[in-house]
Design a protein around this ligand. Structure first.
Ligand code: CDP
Length: 202
């Protein structure tokens, strides 16, 4: 039987950590859909036409997520994500994953609104821009990447504005999504809130 959990929210809101924990807790598959856009963004930076890169994308292109996690690729991802043809090329793969036997958690920006409006459980995970920038800054430093907090905050704000302002599949909470603001929550508290919200839908 399929069971789909849609988890959306802005950059560094905690949705990745929450999604992995929810998938582990319920024994579901997990797809970080941001990696699809990051992979297309990386190919655009390498000189490919984004629409063609999206059409040619294969699961094995996501094999080394760490190579896709930097801020330059994130900005490129948010630019290609505003192109309707890029988004359209990635729909089938995401929907097939969502309906896999055994159930799935997908995290992104438009999962509960466009990719899986019929998902059994929907969450929208947010936090203030400052808290998110602090988290992302710490993550980058831990991975040995140079970054100033101010630059990371500006990047987060720019991507938020582009992701929420685009005309195709803008980032917005589905009307039936459970909102989780992680600004003042520990990871354990945020995961517990998400698990409880999904449990209530089972
Ligand atoms: O990890 P972080 O939240 O910083 O970003 P991500 O989830 O990896 O997504 C990178 C970019 O891909 C976002 O800024 C969006 O522009 C785009 N994206 C999207 O448009 N739709 C999705 N379902 C997932 C990501």
């Amino acid at each position: 039987m399929s069971f789909t959990v849609a988890i959306d929210g802005p950059a560094a809101s905690g949705k990745g950590t929450i999604s992995r924990a929810v998938a582990d807790h319920f024994g579901l598959g997990h797809l970080d859909t941001g990696l699809l856009y990051r992979a297309v963004g990386a190919r655009m930076l390498a000189g490919e036409v984004p629409e063609q890169a999206a059409q040619r994308l294969r699961p094995e292109d996501l094999g080394d997520p760490d190579a896709l996690r930097g801020p330059e690729v994130a900005q490129a991802a948010s630019r290609v994500a505003a192109i309707p043809e890029v988004r359209a090329a990635l729909v089938d793969f995401q929907r097939a994953f969502a309906r896999r036997a055994g159930g799935a958690v997908l995290d992104g920006r438009d999962i509960g609104t466009v990719i899986c409006p019929e998902a059994e459980a929907k969450l929208f995970v947010t936090a203030s821009a400052e808290v998110r920038a602090r988290r992302r800054h710490r993550e980058l430093l831990e991975r040995g990447l140079e970054a100033s907090y101010e630059v990371v905050l500006a990047d987060v704000r720019e991507r938020d504005a582009r992701d929420a302002g685009r005309s195709t599949a803008p980032m917005v909470a589905a009307p039936d999504a459970v909102l989780i603001d992680t600004s003042a929550l520990s990871i354990e508290e945020a995961v517990a809130a998400a698990v409880a919200a999904v449990e209530a839908r089972r």
